[in-house]
Design a protein around this ligand. Structure first.
Ligand code: ADE
Length: 228
């Protein structure tokens, strides 16, 4: 899979993809993330990519011209399955969306800034708008990093058996069960006996019960969800 990210702050996104699982995905050739500075398509030598909004009001708006030129230049190299705009008024990211997107070949992600991007770009180029939650960040870069992380770890072959996403919270609309590691007794806090029983069937049953219990306590809404 390839993911192109268009941003005014590429430096902000260098680190998240240079470590751990996403770094490994890149080394295995399973995920290539490329960062593109929107200023390359600026309207003048000052690197301008935003302007005042029509109708007045505080805050700048990212201009059509640099965005359209950048999107067209990138789309000239390959066909994108989705052109995604990160915005607080998009559909809220969840595991179902991450699963869907992990099956695509080529994605383009646009990071907004200031007041957002000119509406005409949304109408004519964007195929999907995604929010990471009901709060406003100062730009779309951190949301883009979160989206790429959520997608990247689901690409077949990225995780090994040990880190498999199959048992993640949300993967079957249930939260993950509690986990423990050595020592079996820390202070006088004991690991549940069943996990030390050596009986995989019982362990699986216990984990499933714990998942159900935890989900009904913490996120009962997930149990009524239509599923992934
Ligand atoms: N840009 C600013 N806030 C955002 C959010 N919550 N989700 C996605 N993009 C954003």
């Amino acid at each position: 899979m390839t993911i192109e990210i268009l941003t005014v702050l590429p430096e902000l996104l260098e680190s998240p993809f240079a470590h751990s699982i996403l770094k490994r995905a890149n080394e295995k050739g399973l995920l290539q993330v490329r960062l593109h500075s929107l200023r390359k398509w600026a309207v003048n030598d000052y690197g301008q990519v935003d302007d005042y909004q029509y109708g007045g009001g505080a805050g700048m708006v990212m201009m059509c011209e640099p965005l359209a030129s950048a999107i067209e230049a990138l789309a000239g190299e390959k066909k994108f399955d989705e052109v995604i705009y990160m915005t607080p008024d998009g559909e809220r990211l969840n595991q179902r969306i991450a699963n869907q997107l992990s099956l695509k070949e080529n994605l383009l992600i646009i990071c907004g800034h200031y007041k957002g991007i000119d509406e005409r770009i949304r109408e004519h180029y964007i195929t999907r708008e995604i929010s990471i939650g009901d709060y406003v960040l100062s730009g779309g870069e951190l949301p883009a990093a979160i989206l790429v992380d959520a997608i990247g770890r689901l690409i077949p072959g990225v995780l090994n058996d040990e880190t498999s996403a199959l048992f993640d919270s949300f993967q079957d609309n249930l939260l993950a069960p509690p986990v423990y590691t050595r020592p079996a007794i820390f202070r006088d806090w004991k690991v549940p006996d069943i996990l030390l029983s050596g009986d995989p069937k019982k362990v699986d049953e216990w984990r499933h019960e714990q998942s159900l219990f935890r989900t009904s306590r913490r996120r009962p809404d997930l149990l009524d969800d239509e599923g992934l």
